[in-house]
Each structure stands twice: as structure tokens, then as C-alpha cells.
Write a protein of this length. Structure first.
Length: 266
């Protein structure tokens, strides 16, 4: 079944004003903002239907951006699912967190580089960068351009989902993983067997970066860039350790160092 992929048009007009009133860039983030203030957001028909699809499937997948989630949603739900966090589900439909659940966890540096390529090419043929971020992301020429954007952020809502910490999606209000299984991204080919879901044994491919030629990222991050990424995504590295080893590691927000690093793992 082909997924019900939606073009990411972003926030314009009245919706832009509405998003601004709630301190977010994307109007789709308003329910997340309310959830993190302990409020249950109002849900439109599309959101309620997505919750019903999860309920019917009997398996909750937390869709972390840039972690092959579109392919998994296609197989599990037959539709695109938004990048909703565990804290959102806890407020709008806590019964879903009682279902078996999982998330894929990717190496934070690899994921950042994937997001960087996606950002500066405007997305893929399946999805585009959200309108509030599209113009700036199109100007990215170097890794430092993306790092500057992260360093300036004061909230996860100030950056697009593709750059937000992975822990933001899977941790509960007490900073603990809210999903049953954290699976390393490299083991995506094994999730059907591990979860006992045959439909996940083979997955289609969506949202691969279109970068080619001279526009491709030719080299990896420098030592100073890696230092920033390790601090910015500190909690993600701990989450990754937990996924790979099965042993919980201390999950903490990024600290401070020579270059300011905002604490976004909240």
C-alpha cells in the first residue's frame, strides 16, 4: 500500500500568526507545546484518524525524523504519520502508550549530516522542508551554517524536526524512555523479526537525499564541529548507547562549553 504522503507546506497567513502566539514556528507544533504545558490539545479529524490507525495496528511507532520512519509508517499504518512525541501521546491518547512500542535510534552525527543534506536541497520528491525554515535552509553551504542555526536556537520549536534531538521524541516528562524498544538504525532490516511483524520485513525507500555532484557533502565534520555536535546531542548519544547495549546511560541535556549550546532535550 502506498503511503498517504503530504507535501510539507509549512505555516503561512493566519496559521503563521497562530503559531507565533504559541511561541512555535510550525502550526503543527501547537499540540506539542500544549502537551508540554500539561494540557490536552484539541484534535482535528486528521489527528484523530492517525491515532485510530495506530490503535488498529496494535503497535506504536515513535517516528523520529531522518530515521527511515516514513517507510515504517507506510507498512504499519498505510499513511504518513506526524513526528509526534511520547509526551504528546501521553496527553492526547495515553492508551496508545500501553501498546507495544518502539523507535529507531540513529548515530547523532550521521543523522545530523543526513538532515543537513536534506535541508539545503529543500527536501525530497516526497516531502519538502517546512515553509518557515525553507528559505534559510536553502542558504546552507557548509556544516557551520547548520551548526550556527542550532547554536542560535532557544527551543526545539525554533528548529525544524529534522534537526531536533531524538530524545525529544521518546523521553517522558521524567526524562525516561517511554517506548518498550529502542532499536539501532542499522538494524532496521531485523525489526520485522524482532517485533514479530511480517509487514516490516521489507521496507520501501522514501525521503532519501537528492544531493549529487558538487552539492554533496564532500567531507565529514571537523574536530570543532564534532565537539559541538557531541554537546548539542549529548542526550542522543546516551540514548544511542542504550539502544546498542541495552544498558541505560545517564540521559542529560547538552551542557555549555566554548560555543554556547542550548539545552533542547526538553
Amino acid at each position: 500500500m502506498a503511503p498517504d504522503l503530504e507535501r510539507t507546506t509549512g505555516t503561512t497567513g493566519v496559521n503563521r500568526l497562530l503559531a507565533s502566539a504559541f511561541g512555535v514556528s510550525l502550526v503543527s507544533d501547537i499540540p506539542e507545546r500544549l502537551s508540554r504545558h500539561g494540557l490536552r490539545p484539541w484534535l482535528d479529524g486528521k489527528r484523530r484518524r492517525r491515532l485510530d490507525r495506530i490503535r488498529e495496528s496494535g503497535l506504536l511507532f515513535i517516528h523520529i525524523p531522518k530515521n527511515a520512519g516514513t517507510s515504517i509508517c507506510d507498512r504499519l499504518y498505510g499513511a504518513q504519520m506526524k513526528h509526534c512525541s511520547a509526551r504528546y501521546y501521553a496527553k492526547v491518547s495515553p492508551d496508545l502508550l500501553a501498546l507495544p512500542s518502539f523507535a529507531l535510534v540513529r548515530d547523532p552525527v550521521d543523522r545530523f549530516l543526513s538532515a543537513f543534506r536534506y535541508a539545503r536541497t529543500g527536501g525530497t520528491r516526497h516531502r519538502t522542508v517546512s515553509a518557515p525554515f525553507r528559505e534559510r535552509y536553502a542558504t546552507f553551504r557548509t556544516i557551520d551554517d547548520a551548526i550556527d542555526h542550532l547554536a542560535e536556537a532557544r527551543s526545539p520549536f525554533g528548529i525544524d524536526h529534522i534537526f531536533r534531538p531524538q530524545c525529544w521524541y521518546v523521553l517522558d516528562a521524567q526524562g525516561r524512555s517511554a517506548v518498550d524498544r529502542l532499536i539501532p538504525y542499522e538494524q532496521i532490516g531485523e525489526i520485522g523479526k524482532r517485533l514479530g511483524r511480517e509487514e516490516l520485513s521489507t521496507l520501501p525507500e522514501f525521503n532519501r537525499s537528492q544531493e549529487t555532484g558538487s552539492h554533496k557533502t564532500d567531507c565529514g565534520p571537523s574536530p570543532s564541529q564534532l565537539d559541538f555536535l557531541h554537546r548539542f546531542y549529548a542526550a542522543d548519544f546516551a540514548l544511542r548507547h542504550q539502544a546498542v547495549t541495552g544498558a541505560p546511560a545517564p540521559l542529560r541535556s547538552a551542557g555549555t562549553a566554548a560555543m554556547p549550546v542550548p539545552a533542547l532535550a526538553v
